[in-house]
Design a protein around this ligand. Structure first.
Ligand SMILES: *Cc1c(COP(=O)(O)O)cnc(C)c1O
Length: 232
């Protein structure tokens, strides 16, 4: 079951890359394993997958300790300052920097550990009240601020698009995030790179790839529905 799902996602990614004249290497698949047991993660690992995403700091920490050390863990969920310690040094990237205060706190933890943490800035492109992330107009300012802090490496932008049935409805959202990253890149801010665009989930990752995603975060499409009542 998992193998079929995984192969199906892989095929769709390849097809979307082909449609948009991109190479398969230009897109990283992050298998979002939140709420799923280590046995299932190991099964996907055994198929060759190495990038996994979690949205809860303690869950990431626990799974980190129980699974092969060459897994590249991505912290994709909202991060509270008091929980940074669980992911710093374990996650290869934090996708969810959504305020100056959080950037400062991550910087402090990075300095404490003597490491540099690659980060993405989360942008609330559609302006949904329920979503974290800065408004598009604030992203450049946040990039400048984060880049001025020691121990942070700003690598790009991330967005969580609205939940919609028809992925076409999110195409403008993806296009806007891409344009924003191009605009910020043009500012040539010291220490800011805009080579990562983390966008697209199970319902719309193919559209996101067509619009320039370099990382797609797919959970349900690989692992199946999360249990009712489990944290999203
Ligand atoms: C859960 C989650 C995903 C994956 O969602 P699916 O619809 O199951 O693919 C992607 N990104 C973030 C930030 C998430 O929290």
């Amino acid at each position: 079951m998992l193998k079929t799902n995984f192969e199906n996602v892989e095929q769709r990614i390849c097809a979307a890359c082909e449609r948009s004249g991109r190479s398969r290497d230009s897109v990283t698949l992050i298998a979002v394993s939140k709420t799923k047991p280590v046995e299932m993660i190991q099964e996907i690992y055994d198929l060759g997958q190495r990038e996994f995403g979690e949205n809860r700091p303690q869950e990431l920490r626990d799974k980190y300790g129980q699974l092969p050390s060459d897994i590249r863990w991505h912290m994709i969920g909202h991060l509270q300052k008091n929980k940074i310690k669980y992911v710093a040094g374990r996650a290869v990237m934090i996708h969810s920097i959504d305020s100056r205060e959080l950037a400062e706190a991550v910087s402090r933890e990075a300095q404490k550990q003597g490491i540099t943490i690659p980060v993405l800035l989360e942008v609330n492109v559609a302006g949904e009240d329920t979503k974290y992330g800065v408004a598009p107009g604030e992203a450049s300012g946040l990039a400048k601020h984060a880049a001025s802090l020691p121990g942070l490496q700003v690598e790009g932008l991330m967005t969580i698009a609205p939940f919609v049935d028809d992925p076409e409805l999110n195409r403008p959202v993806f296009r806007k995030l891409k344009q924003l990253s191009v605009d910020i890149a043009k500012e040539n801010i010291d220490n800011v790179s805009m080579h990562v665009l983390s966008m697209g989930m199970t319902n719309d990752y193919e559209t996101a790839i067509e619009e320039g995603a370099t990382m797609v975060r797919v959970g349900t499409g690989i692992f199946g529905e999360r249990e009712y009542g489990s944290p999203s």
